[in-house]
Design a binder for this molecule. Sequence first.
Ligand code: FAD
Ligand code: NAD
Length: 484
Amino acid sequence: MSEDYQVIVIGAGPAGYVAAIRCAQLGLKTVCIEKWVDDKGESKLGGTCLNVGCIPSKALLDSSHKYVDAKKDFAIHGINSESVTIDIKKMLARKDKIVSQLTGGITGLFKSNGVNSIFGTAKLLANKQVEVINTAGEQTIYQGEHIIIAAGSVPIAIPPAPLVDDIIVDSTGALEFSSVPERLGIIGAGVIGLELGSVWARLGAEVTVLEALDDFLPAVDMTIAKETKKVFKQQGLDIRLGTRVTATEVTSNGANRQVIVEYSDAKGTQQANFDRLIVCVGRRPLSENLLAPDSGVNLDERGFVFVNEQCETDARDIYAVGDIVRGPMLAHKGSEEGVMVAERIAGMQTQINYDNIPGVIYTHPEIAWVGKTEQELKATGHDYKVGSFPFAASGRALAANETTGMVKMIADAQTDRILGCHIIGPSAADLVQQVVIAIEFGASSEDLALTVFSHPTVSEAVHEAALAVSGHAIHIANKRPRKG
Ligand code: FAD
Ligand code: NAD
């Protein structure tokens, strides 16, 4: 039976479910439609992030980090743990339990906030009508006053490396390997390649990463990208830049299957053999079959739903948020857009500061950043000053045996306003958040320098980097020591 809603949300990933909850909190009659069905045939809320993205990948990163810590790093503390072993089945079961707990949690949040939840595949028709085909194949049409499209994204496939069973997989398959591959190939040295490559490398796989570009992590600040490459090399990741995969073939030798990858690089045609291959060359918006031709909503040339800064589409009262629109494909970016749109529907004037969205690569050490990189500022001729502080000079980092990396702070040369912060090191994700807050309040590097930081903490490295911007760092020699 059809029903009218003030807000219809398509998709229950972090962009859609957050938008739906905020709409309901603001007193709007809201329904959220979700089509996700897991490998057991059960309908699930939470989208990519909770089911096959942020959460399961971090569960495996944390498990594999504990393993490698116990096996390799405990010894320095005088703890003997050479005989540590890992039970992959248990590690995967733990990950699955966390995913179930959190996706079930969204069901609870929908109930407590009064969001109506419908499982089925939605299509936006003309005049803000939404067709839903449920899991039994039945069609219902819903009428909305406002529509929020939050249909998310899927992995990009490349013709030379089609997925094959559990041999050539995408990021979802790479969360499910039932044993540690001896030789693991990865196509794409992006966030997923580095995070999931780290998981399996820590557990014992020999990991080779084939990256098309000549530069490593070109979007990350150049100092941090350089340090990151060095650290991953030390960790055993063989990162081959400037490679183009031209063909793959899965071969069998009895029960053993392997994949032969042909690729070209500066030296010519090369071949590499792997037990498993992960294809992670980016994600694309999931916009096919989503919009009827007369829905009024337009896509851009790359298939993203076209929106302005307020996430309004070309059609009145229809919005789009999260991975399906321009900008970084990050759960927190989508969630903030969901909140902004819900509040604007309710008549508020909420905006997002798109210049202040942090990014993190959850390897060990972590890599985290916010704001402008040095190369971006150089390219635009913006006058800036830089202060850096190495974790090797942090007492707390030394106590924790976590001395790799640094904090790099960039501020405007004239106004001293913080323009960016780039970190590789312990708890980088949490440290950068302090600078995100500072930037949100329009802080200068001097504001951070005048702030009291607890001792001993690794966050003192943020304090020292802020001091170093003006040549006042205490615990390292300043490059340009200044009086005053
Ligand atoms: P999604 O999470 O993709 O949700 C969209 C939902 O819409 C899906 O549930 C889909 O089934 C549903 N849907 C689509 N079409 C329809 C339709 N027609 N009808 C009904 N429902 C529909 N980001 C971070 O910020 N931090 C991380 O650590 C992080 N780690 C990641 C690790 C991996 C392995 C991957 C793959 C991604 C990771 N991401 C991370 C990215 C993050 O998962 C996405 O940015 C985020 O999930 C996007 O949220 P979304 O709501 O826009 O889309
Ligand atoms: P990505 O864009 O981060 O990296 C893809 C890499 O593959 C790039 O370096 C690209 O140059 C390379 N590439 C593209 N085509 C190639 C080819 N044919 N051969 C070899 N290399 C090729 O994409 P991803 O790692 O797949 O992640 C997808 C999205 O998910 C990202 O936008 C990311 O923001 C998000 N994500 C975020 C996190 C996090 O926040 N920690 C974690 C995982 C994923």
